[in-house]
Ligand binder design. Structure first.
Ligand code: ATP
Length: 606
């Protein structure tokens, strides 16, 4: 493997850092200079931003739409209201109690609902949003729809935060911590897994991510952020009633995230600011225009969301981002190296498929197929359309369970293991349809492949305590990008690459996993001739380095010129097995490929 040639990180004056520092200073001055009314609005914006930051993580990044965040905010608010007024607890203690209660409720709801797909999850969030609202309103101990009053102020170093001006600093500190934690999380191993989840569980699981557990974790984290916002709300208003925690409020938080830019932490803050200010302005203006009282601003919000979705689908923050100076890429110093897997001795059996069967209803897509793959060889799996290649590939990679037979990999029976478990044993794959994160750099995309080699969890990521591991992953990803010839473009966005290079990037991403077996699913599909040549050259180089490869491919030229042995499938069954030369001479194969002149396949791609 080649050493890392220095990849030039983008340099320049740290204009972005300066801008951030200026924004922080401005935020610190604002509570002093704004009129009291303005400070109250600012406090609300800060509190709403805390809830919306949770929604950015949950909805914008992971793709789980929730209308129920206001209800979690209510749990935090009511817990502190009840414990401080009824039991005389300190607000700081009741904040922790709020986290425990909200965390438990969110965890239970998450376990029950997060396996739901499609529209069912948003519907479930509406259901609990409404339920919790009525729990607040109909529980006499919580003051019914009138609520609870006389909530004590928060004390900081003996100072009671009774005025909005002092409270604004508490809210600023809370948002600062939440936004920083969210940014840290997004730039971590867990954050990349969260982004991969958006592309569907198939991709994330292929890298060893426990997708359900991660969904539950993010769900609980977003609920805890809402709970913190509820605590702030209760102690800034000093009373609570159910109205601010209704379904309508939950919908408004979603509006804020969508309008501001739900995939960006600062987009959430921007949305919270814009919608809160707009509501204030419209609630003064619209009664004058219409001559009647009513929540007309909600109608305007609806139109605004539709317009945003039409004109700026990703919200307003990406437009702001375009004019802001960009962060220079920081490469962390490599202090440790990731542990490496022992590679099997060349020639030893690595993968054994024994009498594999896959039945879809009445159709046997894979019917009693057996073959063996030895360490160090490239095996091609070919066959006409509908032969069962992809189905077999899915059985080997754990995407689908086999109906019968046995699959052994790295000395273990993996027939019943999940995709993530098989990946952790050393199988890394690419996809027939490229699955990359186009808005992230080649480096970040490649690092995704090393997920299973890292350990840092959600808490370490939120606190930025995983930098040593992150540095090791960065440098390993750079080495693999160098290995496949993309080292010079490490900081380019993956979406800017041509398809051929995207497929090569997927190979680099798979190599970061330190696999014993590389599984390529139709890697040449859609590539131009020159791109295929590059791919073949890369795969030959990898074979020279001792990498074991299983390749499913349609392009016969490419396969014949590349592989050591072939398994040919037809109608779900194994038709033949042998070297390219033997396959070329096989009468049954010729028949199956009627119309394809196998004599012509003399390694045209070589
Ligand atoms: N999830 C599924 N449910 C029902 N039938 C399926 C499913 N997946 C595949 N099949 C069927 O199994 C058979 C084999 O399909 P498979 O995709 O494995 O073939 P293939 O050799 O990969 O074909 P191609 O080269 O066109 O991708 C086909 O008849 C297909 O319609």
């Amino acid at each position: 493997m080649s050493g890392v040639s220095p990849v030039p990180a983008r340099r320049g004056f740290p204009a972005r850092a300066l801008l951030t520092a200026l924004a922080v200073v401005a935020a610190l001055i604002l509570p002093l200079v704004l009129p009291l009314f303005g400070v109250t609005l600012l406090v609300n914006i800060l509190i709403f931003s805390v809830v919306v930051t949770g929604l950015v993580l949950l909805t914008g990044i992971v793709g789980l739409t929730s209308f129920g965040q206001a209800a979690f905010m209510g749990v935090g608010a009511y817990t502190t209201a009840l414990l401080t007024t009824g039991a005389g607890w300190s607000p700081w203690l009741s904040l922790l109690a709020g986290f425990v209660v909200t965390g438990l409720i969110a965890w239970l709801l998450g376990l029950m609902t997060l396996r739901m797909q499609g529209h069912y999850l948003p519907l479930a969030t509406i259901a609990w949003g409404i339920s919790l609202y009525y729990v607040f309103g109909n529980t006499p101990a919580l003051g019914g729809f009138t609520g609870l009053t006389d909530i004590p102020p928060v004390h900081v170093f003996g100072l009671a935060l009774t005025s909005p001006r002092t409270f604004a600093y508490l809210a600023l500190a809370a948002l600062g911590l939440v936004a920083l934690g969210a940014q840290f999380l997004l730039s971590s191993r867990v954050g990349r897994a969260m982004r991969a989840l958006r592309g569907g569980p198939l991709v994330a699981e292929a890298f060893g991510v426990n997708t359900f557990r991660l969904r539950v974790q993010v769900f609980v984290l977003a609920a805890l952020m809402a709970s913190l916002a509820g605590w702030l709300y209760a102690h800034s208003q000093r009373f609570v009633n159910p109205t601010p925690f209704s379904l309508q409020a939950g919908i408004e938080y979603l509006f804020m995230a969508v309008v501001g830019g739900s995939q960006h932490v600062w987009g959430g803050v921007l949305g919270a600011g814009l919608i809160t200010l707009l509501r204030e302005w419209l609630s003064d203006l619209l009664p004058l225009v219409t001559g009647a009282q009513g929540n007309f601003e909600v109608i305007v919000f609806g139109v605004l969301v539709i317009l945003t979705l039409q004109l700026a689908r990703r919200g307003l923050w990406p437009l702001v981002e375009r004019v802001l100076p960009q962060d220079s890429v920081r490469l962390l110093p490599e202090r440790i190296r990731l542990p490496e897997r022992a590679q099997p001795a060349p020639g030893t059996p690595l993968l054994e498929v024994r009498h594999a069967v896959k039945q879809f209803g009445g159709l046997r897509a894979v019917n009693d197929v057996s073959f063996e793959l030895r360490a160090g060889e490239i095996l091609g799996l070919i066959g006409p359309n509908g032969a069962g290649k992809s189905t077999l590939f899915n059985l080997i990679t754990g995407v689908n369970p086999a109906t019968g037979g046995q699959i052994l990999f790295a000395g273990q029976d993996v027939t019943r293991l999940s995709a993530g478990q098989i990946h952790r044993l050393g199988a890394a794959r690419t996809f027939q349809h490229v699955h990359l994160l186009p808005d992230l750099s080649l480096l970040a995309n490649t690092m995704m492949g090393g997920y299973a080699r890292g350990r840092a969890g959600m808490v370490a990521s939120l606190l930025h305590l995983e930098r040593g591991e992150e540095a090791a992953l960065q440098h390993e990803a750079l080495r693999q990008l160098e290995r496949v010839g993309l080292g010079g473009q490490a900081h380019t966005l993956a979406g800017n690459l041509a398809l051929g290079q995207q497929r090569i990037l997927e190979v680099a991403r798979a190599l970061v996993a330190d696999p014993t077996l590389l599984l390529l699913d139709e890697p040449a599909a859609g590539l131009r001739y020159g791109e295929k040549m590059e791919l073949v050259a890369l795969l030959r180089r990898l074979r020279g380095e001792g990498v074991t490869i299983l390749i499913v491919e349609h392009d016969m030229d490419l396969v014949m010129s590349l592989v050591d042995r072939l398994v040919v499938m037809n109608s779900g069954e194994k038709l033949a097995e042998g070297t390219p030369e033997e396959i070329r001479r096989n009468a049954a194969v010729r028949e199956a490929y009627l119309g394809v002149d196998l004599d012509d396949l003399t390694g045209g791609a070589a």
